[in-house]
Design a protein around this ligand. Structure first.
Ligand code: NDP
Ligand code: HEM
Length: 486
């Protein structure tokens, strides 16, 4: 190993890294000890704000390999070069806890994928659930407040969580997933990932097809019971982070089958529910999952802070061939993430190696300056149009036009909005053991609600999903239900 001279951040040699300078052997410390000042000052700045959600996480590099030529559906590069490996980075996370919280908590798991392509970075910022609690971004800050800490007590608060869920019937489906076995995955390797939203595939002729992305774990789904997850939170809050790192460090991989569901624009126009409503799945029987390739993680980051903490994923990071859908929650997310990155990391966060579109040989535009600007653009012009550089628009990559009609207004969709059918479908497909554990997990949480009205209102949503589901939950809570509820 090379011998290196210990130096200050400015490169000057450090003579003593053990003793601070003092006035006399027993006197106070001197201001002229600039090495000490620099060391303490840098230490004070070692943290960036943690992510407002998904603060605890782990990540790894690997590749996305699509084995079929899907150019009839999309011109997106990874889907048109069968067998080619597109490098990627994936960050897993829990949602509600702080950066030091337990990996085993009952919570959705984040599944944030960044694929580095020659036409830019494509981010698919998904979860381990195919659906979400709400369908309109305007509710997200309220929802997350109920998952975080009570503003007075600074404790997690079952009254807040169940008050919001009870008053938000569209959450019943995702709440059912959350309190099922899948709410406590055994590791990040033993769970599926889902893009969750409907996205648009667009082919070279400009034809749009709606698409959902699924990643099915090759390790098989494995979950903790509630008791196992509680014990793991206490015994090893970092167990899933360690599992991912150790698996890869030992030469292993984490792998998923990549699947897509597709729906034509014509099918979407007449579908019986809103195909852009993220609180619902597209039933497999009508829109079968097609396996198209692999997602493999096989390389650990070297520096957690640089590569995982500073990783920045945004649903708005599209590449030609993949576009947004009119999903109202997705539309809000198209704003939220890059705004979070500019706040959390800084305006030039895309210069960091993990975020940089290096396969596209870096970004070419006229944005400049700001904190920590690397100056890579040198003396090139910083405005457009100009008479000097050769940075050109590519009209073939304009967003695909989409017809709209009606009034601009704050309004709900007038598709059928049944919030309970699929929650009931999910309950009914569970075997007896899964149903029993779901009821116990829900009752364990709902029994912490001290406000009876909140408890009853929340309970009602489960009756609406399935009378047996509600009835068994009421029984587990010791609540008498009038006979007309069946
Ligand atoms: P299917 O019977 O074809 O699909 C059921 C799917 O449910 C399975 O393929 C599996 O999804 C998933 N699943 C199985 N057990 C559980 C569980 N304990 N917790 C969460 N998910 C589970 O029916 P449909 O497609 O008509 O869907 C019925 C219900 O299944 C939906 O309301 C939804 O709640 C759930 N589901 C549907 C998905 C979809 O994309 N259609 C995806 C995931 C869940 P997977 O193969 O993804 O592991
Ligand atoms: C992280 C907002 C819904 C998955 C975040 C962050 C914000 C945010 C601000 C922190 C980003 C950062 O600091 O880097 C929102 C809003 C939503 C929403 C406003 C709804 C309107 C969703 C949904 C999913 C999701 C539906 C999954 C389908 C994630 C993941 C992360 C994240 C995985 C962590 C990314 C990482 O690993 O860095 N979200 N979110 N979010 N969100 Fe969302």
């Amino acid at each position: 190993m090379d011998t290196l001279n210990l130096s200050t951040a400015h490169g000057a040699p450090v003579g003593d890294n053990q003793n601070s300078q003092t006035a006399g052997r027993y006197g106070p410390v001197l201001m002229q000890d600039v090495h000490l000042m620099e060391k303490l000052a840098h230490f004070n700045r070692e943290r960036v704000p943690e992510r407002v959600v998904h603060a605890k996480g782990a990540g790894a590099y690997g590749y996305l390999q699509i084995d079929e030529d899907l150019s009839e559906l999309t011109k997106a590069l990874p889907f048109t070069k069968p067998g080619e490996k597109s490098p990627c980075f994936l960050r897993f996370s829990t949602v509600g806890g702080e950066a030091g919280s337990g990996d085993a908590e009952r919570d959705p798991r984040g599944f944030a994928l960044k694929v580095y392509t020659e036409q830019g970075n494509w981010d698919l910022v998904g979860n381990n659930t195919p659906i979400f609690f709400i369908r309109d971004a305007i509710k997200f800050p309220d929802f997350i407040h109920t998952q975080k800490r009570n503003p007075a007590t600074h404790c997690k608060d079952a009254n807040m969580a169940w008050d919001f869920w009870g008053l938000t019937p569209e959450s019943t489906h995702q709440v059912t997933v959350l309190f099922s076995d899948r709410g406590t995955p055994k590791t990040y390797r033993h769970m599926n990932g889902y893009g969750s939203h409907t996205y648009a595939f667009v082919n070279a002729d400009g034809k749009r097809t709606w698409v959902k992305f699924h990643f099915k774990t090759r390790a098989g789904i494995e979950n903790f019971t509630n008791e196992e997850s509680r014990a793991m939170v206490g015994n090893d809050p970092d167990h899933a982070t360690r599992d991912l790192f150790d698996t890869i460090a030992k030469g292993g991989t984490a792998e998923w089958d990549v699947q897509i569901q597709t729906m034509t624009e014509e099918e979407a126009a007449t579908y019986r529910f809103d195909p852009f409503d993220v609180t619902k799945v597209w039933p497999h029987s009508e829109f079968p999952c097609r396996t198209v390739g692999s997602l493999v993680l096989d390389r650990n980051p070297k520096n957690y802070f640089a590569e995982v903490e500073q990783a920045a994923f945004a649903p708005s990071n599209f590449i030609p061939g993949i576009e947004a859908s009119p999903d109202k929650l997705l539309q809000g997310r198209l704003f939220a993430y890059q705004d979070a990155h500019r706040y959390r990391i800084g305006a030039n966060y895309t210069q960091l190696p993990v975020n940089c579109p290096y396969m596209a040989r870096s970004a070419s535009n006229h944005q400049r300056d700001g904190f920590m600007y690397d100056g890579a653009a040198g003396d090139a012009p910083n405005y457009e149009p100009n008479s000097f550089d050769n940075v050109n628009e590519q009209p073939e990559h304009k967003p695909t036009p989409m017809a709209v009609s009606g009034d601009a207004a704050a309004q709900a969709r007038d598709y059928q909005q049944d919030d309970f059918i699929q929650a009931g479908d999910l309950y009914r497909l569970m075997d007896d053991g899964e149903k029993q554990r779901l009821i116990e997990n829900l009752a364990g949480s709902l029994s912490q609600v001290t406000n009876k009205d909140i408890q009853l209102r929340a309970l009602c949503n489960f009756f609406r999903a399935d009378a047996e589901y509600g009835g068994r939950l009421a029984q587990a809570l010791g609540i008498e239900i009038p006979s007309h509820h069946g």
